[in-house]
Write a protein of this length. Structure first.
Length: 314
């Protein structure tokens, strides 16, 4: 039986959902498609300057929370994978106290880091050699030769640019398919020309947030606005006409037989219910979705992760 390995989003807001999902996989394996495994939980703990890909503005995790999350995830045999993909890292940023604390807290040989910046990658390899290093899709590698060159490097996984999804003439020629990781539910419109600029906007806004924390409210700078008419409003049901969408059937019937079995689900800042739908769509047997989803929602309510109010009288 082939394993189908999922990398799931969230170390902060999705942490309770992910732990319940892991528990359900272990207790009710009959609900799940053949070979499903959880390969990592990825993201960052706010506020992490090295974070990339998603902007979190007004939050700060304390040290006890960080240690507890890392410990509980690793206890399940699952790596924590930091998404430290800020493309505008400087030498000065390498000394960031909170990011270095997070690295030390997970420095046990079990965990990983997604990287973009060569400066940060070199720093992590030198100072935290126990971490496995992964190459992020944020690099936007869009040609076969460059991708194969990236796969030859010392990375555990290389995340494919979503625009290469389902491009079978290219995918067949990819070397080291066992190191390839595929983003299955990209909410960006195919061939988005603003994607790189969006990553830079997030990085610049994180610098503004860091500086604002040192300033009184009347002297704080406004964030640089960003509007997206696609990704911010998309969900698993609105992306299925995109040529970059990968269905569960394609995963099991096309990708896995080719030797590709690592799949990433995006959604670190997604709506909770939207993310649940995505998890169900990809990992559950279609005939079990209703029963399993209801079980999950009841457990989330019982644990006060979600609150359901009784209907009010007219």
């Amino acid at each position: 039986m082939s394993t189908v390995r999922f990398h799931l989003p969230g170390l902060r807001y999705n942490y309770p959902l992910n732990m319940f999902w892991m528990s359900m996989l272990k207790q009710y394996p009959q609900y799940f498609r053949e070979g499903v495994e959880i390969a990592s939980f990825f993201g960052s703990f706010p506020f992490s300057l090295w974070n990339g890909g998603r902007l979190i503005t007004n939050d700060q995790c304390d040290e006890a929370f960080v240690k507890r999350v890392i410990s509980s995830i690793n206890a399940q045999g699952v790596p924590v994978r930091y998404t430290f993909t800020n493309p505008l890292i400087t030498e000065e940023d390498l000394d960031d106290p909170f990011c270095n604390f997070c690295m030390k807290a997970g420095d046990n040989g079990n965990n990983e880091v997604l990287v973009f910046s060569p400066i940060l990658e070199e720093y992590i390899r030198k100072n935290y050699p126990s971490y496995k290093i992964d190459s992020t899709t944020c690099k936007e590698i869009k040609d076969l030769d460059s991708l194969n060159a990236e796969l030859e490097k010392d990375y555990k996984y290389v995340v494919l640019d979503y625009n290469m999804n389902n491009q079978w003439d290219i995918i067949e020629k990819i070397q080291h398919k066992e190191k390839l990781e595929v983003l299955v539910n990209a909410c960006c419109v195919p061939d988005c020309h603003r994607r790189g600029d969006h990553y830079k906007n997030i990085a610049m806004n994180q610098n503004i947030i860091r500086e604002n924390r040192k300033l009184p409210k009347d002297k704080q700078k406004p964030l640089i606005p960003w509007k997206c008419e696609y990704g911010d409003k998309n969900c698993i049901y609105t992306i299925q006409d995109y040529n970059t969408y990968i269905s569960p059937e394609l995963m099991w019937e096309k990708y896995v037989p080719m030797g590709i079995n690592n799949f990433k689900i995006e959604g670190r800042t997604a709506n909770l219910f939207s993310l649940i739908e995505t998890y169900c769509h990809y990992m559950l047997k279609p005939e079990c979705v209703g029963e399993a989803r209801l079980l999950l929602l009841r457990n989330l309510e019982a644990s006060k992760i979600i609150q359901v109010n009784k209907p009010r009288t007219a």
